[in-house]
Ligand binder design. Structure first.
Ligand code: GTP
Length: 363
């Protein structure tokens, strides 16, 4: 059997600290199904046989390293490389080349750090080996490709182009998009320019295609979610709890809810749809929470009704308050008898008095 490749996990760039106004924890460390999101990716790579992972960060090693250490708790050997300035996806990959141990023709896995997926990692590596490609990409199909760069392939799965976001219906030539997991032939990584910002999608891949390199696409229409927004994050966390998104790192059994050990949930509170209640959080009598994440130390008052929402660390939601599709920042207070809906964001530590906001029509 072939040895499993080593891997690079990209967890830097501008998106990493995206939402300090609502959640202070850097995104890869926000708990999804009870553990920092990154744990799921690391654990999935480990179960595919990967042992050595280099975390390419642009300024967050001080956050990751104290938590994950050398990776041995996950059965991994983890290394951290921090860029002085964000180098983009390609630049970040090139920047960790000296840490790789593979030979020039060996495969190296690369994962975007903000994707939750059930990708069969072994199948991607097998495809790469079987086709002799220079780079192999996981492609996924989306219903509405307008928000993504498109990756058409020929009948053999070979990539024929990298197209920018389509502007007109005619430009939608495929529903296949780059799903953020790759296998590089090791020697290809060395051809990426060193010491400057490089985008794999906009520079490295198109350049490789023009030079006649073999880029292979593998369409795997398994679970796939880009955790780019807090709403997607809540969805991903719920899907992990429900078992729709596979991860060996979910603590406890799959089911309708995940209540971490030190949380206190009233006996008649109803938790459904993959709701997570974090350490030390409290849920009051008669509260109903569906498909939501309640982070550590938050308090949900009696009779509150919450769906598809993120309640930040230490936030307090008053009795009978209704939240639907809302992000409540760390430490924020939403007083009782409020109603917030559809994308509302409450900044960290903000205080909304009782009965301050409602969305229903006046009747
Ligand atoms: P470029 O291809 O560089 O333009 O980035 P992008 O905007 O297309 O990538 P995106 O923001 O979708 O990020 C993809 C993954 O790469 C995410 O997990 C990011 O955390 C990571 N990433 C993006 N830019 C950087 C970077 O400058 N350094 C590192 N280490 N990771 C990055």
């Amino acid at each position: 059997m072939n040895q499993a490749p080593e891997a690079i996990l990209l967890v830097g760039g501008k998106g990493t600290r995206l939402r300090p106004l609502t959640v202070r924890t850097p995104k890869p460390m926000v708990p999804a199904a009870g553990v920092p999101f990154l744990t799921h990716q690391l654990a999935r790579a480990r179960s595919a046989g990967v042992e050595h992972i280099v975390l390419a960060t642009s300024y967050l090693a001080e956050v990751f390293e104290p938590y994950f250490g050398d990776g041995s708790a996950l059965g991994l050997h983890l290394e951290y490389v921090t860029e002085e300035e964000p180098l983009g996806t390609g630049g970040a990959i090139r920047n960790v080349a000296s840490r790789l141990r593979s030979g020039p023709d060996d495969p190296v896995l690369v994962f975007n750090g903000d994707i939750l997926t059930g990708l069969d990692i072994g199948a991607l590596v097998d495809t790469h080996r079987a086709t002799g490609a220079d780079v192999s990409l996981h492609l996924t199909r989306v219903d509405d490709p307008r928000a993504y760069g498109l990756v058409p392939t020929d009948v053999t799965g070979r990539v024929t182009a990298f197209l920018e976001k389509p502007q007109t219906p005619q430009e939608i030539v495929t529903d296949q998009i780059n799903a953020g997991a790759y296998v590089f032939r090791r020697s290809v990584i060395d051809t990426i320019p060193d010491g400057r910002s490089v985008s794999v999608e906009r520079e490295t891949f198109p350049k490789l295609l023009r030079s006649g390199a073999h880029l292979q696409g593998m369409v795997d229409s398994t679970y796939w979610l880009d955790l780019g927004t807090p709403h997607a994050f809540v969805r991903g966390s719920a899907d992990l709890v429900l078992g729709r998104a596979p991860s060996p790192a979910v603590p406890g059994r799959r089911g309708d809810r995940l209540v971490l050990p030190s949380a206190r949930v009233a006996a008649d509170a109803k938790l459904t749809g993959g709701t997570v209640v974090g350490e030390g959080a409290v849920v009051g009598e008669g509260a109903r929470i569906d498909g939501s994440t309640v982070l550590a130390g938050a308090v949900v008052g009696a009779g509150a009704v919450i769906s598809g929402s993120l309640v930040g660390e230490g936030a307090r939601i008053g009795a009978r308050t209704v939240l639907s599709g809302v992000v409540v920042g760390d430490g924020a207070v939403v007083g009782e008898d409020n109603e917030l809906r559809d994308g509302a964001r409450v900044w960290c530590d903000a205080v909304l008095p009782a009965g301050a906001v409602r969305f229903s029509s006046d009747q």
